[in-house]
Design a protein around this ligand. Structure first.
Ligand code: ADP
Ligand code: MG
Length: 139
């Protein structure tokens, strides 16, 4: 699935459409430059999954979790590995314990460390001139 969006609201609408295909237990990687719209996409997705809290970038907190409420999905876990430099930092998070059937996990900047995530979905967001973004969702 690929589309070009022209503002944040369109990106969040696409994220909401994608969110409707989730069942729980998914690991989703978000690839794209700084300011591409990875966090904006997660905001749209989280809202569609019933998250009412304000979703902010986990750049400094590394991992944020939010209660969700859509069918079996009870939790959204949002990570940003931008500041990571090695796999030991990842191990300290014990992500295997966080990856549960009742949770959707989203990771921004998975590619800064040489770890092979077994992801269900990869979302690539690319600048396409001005506010345009090309978003490619690969299952
Ligand atoms: P990232 O998490 O990829 O670093 P953010 O989601 O934090 O990026 O920021 C994206 C920025 O780009 C926001 O300031 C947002 O308003 C802006 N923006 C402009 N056009 C778009 C678009 N089509 N989709 C998403 N964000 C957009
Ligand atoms: Mg971000």
């Amino acid at each position: 699935m690929q589309a070009t969006t022209h503002n944040v609201l369109e990106t969040q609408a696409m994220a909401a459409e994608f969110a409707a295909t989730l069942h729980g237990g998914e690991l989703i990687l978000l690839i794209g430059d700084l300011g591409a719209g990875k966090t904006a996409f997660v905001q749209g997705l989280a809202t569609a999954l019933g998250v009412t809290a304000r979703v902010t970038s986990p750049t400094f907190s590394i991992m944020n979790e939010y209660p969700a409420d859509r069918g079996a999905i009870r939790r959204v876990v949002h990570l940003d590995l931008y500041r990571f430099t090695n796999e030991n930092e990842l191990r300290a998070l014990a992500l295997d314990d966080e990856r549960r059937p009742d949770s959707v996990m989203l990771i921004e900047w998975p590619n800064v460390i040489a770890h092979d995530f077994t992801a269900d979905v990869v979302i690539a967001i690319e600048h396409a001139g001005g506010d345009a973004r090309t978003i490619t969702i690969t299952r």
